[in-house]
Design a protein around this ligand. Structure first.
Ligand code: PRP
Length: 216
């Protein structure tokens, strides 16, 4: 079935470079964290196009009047890192969205069933109408974790069409599952890898992004 969900893989050399660093099994944790920060920054830069609200104005430059466009700081922006691995992308995203509220959501997959379990939920009871939401999680494997996250968000008033997912490696099972549940979603990812193995890891992927980010 064709996807209604939109998936963008920005052809940007900095995204490709930091993806290569992150994929390399020889990359130590300290550098893997830098790669996650940079991927968070550049994928967020791409993801906020046509999403970040702006308003038009006129400013006085030292030499005259100019039409101008500002980011509208009155429209609420929420960044949702999916713990643990999504924290690695958060720092880069925050450099571009310094006024965003950050709501942590802790999900971990059961190693045998691959079902996500929620162990921390700092989401507000209700999001203000029109809130722009950006979710960070480097891996979309079976898609169970992201569908669970989206379900929590939509129950609290989040509009999927105002939501952007920033991922690093996405696999077709996750994209299909997200498409079935939330067809209006838009995903930004550094790569799409075809295979999810029977332990739930994307191949070739990055390995366990949470463990590699935190050196555990
Ligand atoms: C990883 C990853 C995603 C999830 C993806 O997290 O960061 O959240 O698995 O898998 P799915 O698409 O099959 O649900 P993990 O459960 O390993 O927790 P961690 O981030 O704490 O390492």
């Amino acid at each position: 079935m064709p996807l209604q969900l939109k998936v963008y893989v920005p052809p940007h050399p900095l995204i490709q470079h930091w993806l290569a660093v992150a994929r390399d099994a020889a990359t130590p944790s300290v550098l893997f964290r830098s790669a996650m920060t940079e991927l968070g920054r550049w994928l967020t830069y791409e993801a906020v196009r046509e999403w970040l609200p702006t308003y038009d104005a006129v400013v006085e430059s030292p030499l005259g009047q100019s039409p101008a466009t500002f980011v509208n700081a009155e429209v609420p922006i929420a960044v949702i890192p999916i713990l643990r691995a999504g924290l690695g992308l958060l720092e880069g995203a925050q450099t571009l969205l310094p006024l965003a509220s950050v709501y942590h959501l802790g999900l971990v997959r059961d190693e045998s069933t691959l079902q996500p379990l929620c162990y921390l939920n700092k989401l507000p009871e209700q999001f203000a109408p029109g809130t722009r939401v950006l979710i960070t999680d480097p891996m979309l494997a079976t898609g169970g974790s992201m569908v669970a996250a989206m379900s929590e968000l939509t129950q609290r008033g989040v509009d999927p069409s105002l939501t952007r997912i920033v991922s690093v490696v996405a696999a077709p099972p996750a994209l299909q599952k997200l498409n079935n549940a939330f067809p209006g979603l838009i995903v930004y990812t550094a790569a799409i890898d075809e295979v999810v193995n029977n332990q739930g890891f994307i191949v070739p992927g990055l390995g366990d992004a949470g463990d590699r980010t935190f050196g555990t």
